[in-house]
Design a protein around this ligand. Structure first.
Ligand SMILES: [Zn+2]
Length: 424
């Protein structure tokens, strides 16, 4: 029996089954070895509404060595986060801050540059941890669990601020993780949580789920989870960063009512079910459109060898219509995409190989850079279409499908009045 990771409820409905695929970001150094495949499906909890991978791949397979450095991507939201955090604190620079899942230390480094001295990171992946330490940032190389939280508290005391950025969606044992947060957080401490907002996937037919992301939160399910841990949402922001992300600023205080799933389930459930039910039709429509372009004699390639493009190619089964995947990150060149085994090549190949249509698999915020780098490709008749919402350059078949799909609206729960004081 499968139980919900958030509420332990046993009534779960499978809304999407993508069948079996290799891990989306495990690029292949050569194609002689067979890649292991894993079944991939998403479930909806009928009690609390959390969309989740019910039987995830063990975390050790992903995180022993990560090869994914957050410093590879610009993070324009960091100054916004620091600004908002400071507005919630008295004498902010004297506060102790813990960055959970700090990766190679981008956020810690920004804090240090803003004059914060009492900072600490915890990061399970060895390679990114090493990078963090090389920058002179204090960091512990461990998974964040109740046990490690107890050790941190005995050595460093509790923290006034705990940042959890792009971590919660990866956590397989949510109960243990939230208990660990409660242990390290000082009374009235501030919590900063940044996670992808799955509401936008539900609305924009974005099916690029990623096996590393075992939890797919909307603001409703995230507020519910936080309220169970006594964390009250003070404010939230939405930003574009690899799709839409929500940044929650919460404060821990006792005596707040829990946010009940009954306040949102009647809207969230049909939206999630409709999204799942639309998938087979949408997959067929997009793959036939791409097959049609190939049938007209067009040379097609894709751009951006990341996990989202990898999932897109495999889930839609379109690898056979593509010549290659272009990517200008030298670490990726010469390798092969998992599943489709498409070669990863430098992007000047778009012109050299006379590509007519290039499917853009980069995040919307980076599309402009790619387009300006490839003005000649465009001037010579080459066309870019995005395959990752919320781009405004999506394949025309996408916009048509969204019009027909309609989705649905959910009502965001009213935020509770902020009656918690900031840490003294
Ligand atoms: Zn649940």
């Amino acid at each position: 029996m499968t139980e919900c990771r958030l509420c332990r409820g046993e009534s779960m409905t499978e809304i999407l089954n993508f069948e079996s695929h290799p891990i989306a970001h495990h690029l292949m150094p050569d194609i002689s070895k067979k890649e292991p495949s894993y079944p991939f499906s998403l479930f909806f909890c009928n009690s609390c509404g959390l969309i989740q991978i019910a039987q995830p791949i063990p975390a050790e397979i992903f995180y022993s060595n990560y090869h994914f450095f957050t410093s590879w991507k610009d993070q324009p939201q960091i100054p916004i986060i620091i600004n908002e955090m400071e507005s919630m604190l008295d004498s902010p620079r004297q506060k102790k801050i813990l960055d959970v899942g700090c990766n190679d230390g981008v956020f810690l480094d920004a804090l240090k540059k803003h004059g914060y001295d009492s900072i600490l990171g915890i990061e399970p992946s060895r390679d990114v941890y090493n990078e963090c330490v090389k920058k002179g940032l204090p960091c512990i190389n461990e998974f964040f669990t109740k046990n490690s939280a107890l050790n941190i508290v005995s050595e460093h005391g509790r923290f006034d601020v705990v940042a959890i950025r792009h971590v919660l969606e990866h956590i397989q044992d949510l109960g243990d993780f939230m208990e660990a947060i409660s242990l390290v957080l000082a009374p009235n401490g501030v919590v900063i949580i940044e996670v992808p907002d799955f509401y936008y996937n539900l609305k924009s037919l974005d099916y690029t789920a990623w096996e590393e992301h075992v939890n797919y939160f909307t603001s409703e399910t995230l507020s519910h989870l936080l309220s169970l841990s006594g964390i009250h949402t003070v404010k939230s922001e939405s930003v574009l960063f690899s799709g839409s992300v929500m940044i929650f600023f919460g404060s821990k205080c006792s005596g707040l009512p829990e946010i009940s799933p009954s306040s949102y389930m009647d809207k969230l459930a049909p939206l999630a079910m409709g999204y799942g039910a639309f998938w087979p039709k949408f997959r067929d429509r997009v793959s036939s459109h791409i097959a049609g372009l190939k049938g007209e004699g067009k040379n097609i390639a894709a751009y951006g060898a990341g996990a989202r493009l990898s999932s897109f190619i495999n889930f839609f089964g379109i690898g056979r219509y593509l010549s290659f995947v272009a990517d200008d990150q030298v670490e990726k060149q010469g390798k092969f995409m998992p599943g489709s085994l498409l070669p990863i090549v430098p992007s000047d190949e778009l012109e050299k190989s006379r590509i007519n249509v290039c499917l853009l698999g980069v995040n919307s915020e980076n599309e402009g850079k790619v387009m300006s780098r490839h003005k000649n490709f465009i001037q010579n008749g080459g066309v870019f279409y995005s395959v990752l919402p919320p781009s405004v350059m999506l394949l025309p078949v996408w916009a048509k499908a969204i019009g027909e799909y309609g989705g649905g609206e959910i009502q965001h729960p009213p935020s509770q009045p902020p009656n918690c004081r900031s840490p003294p």
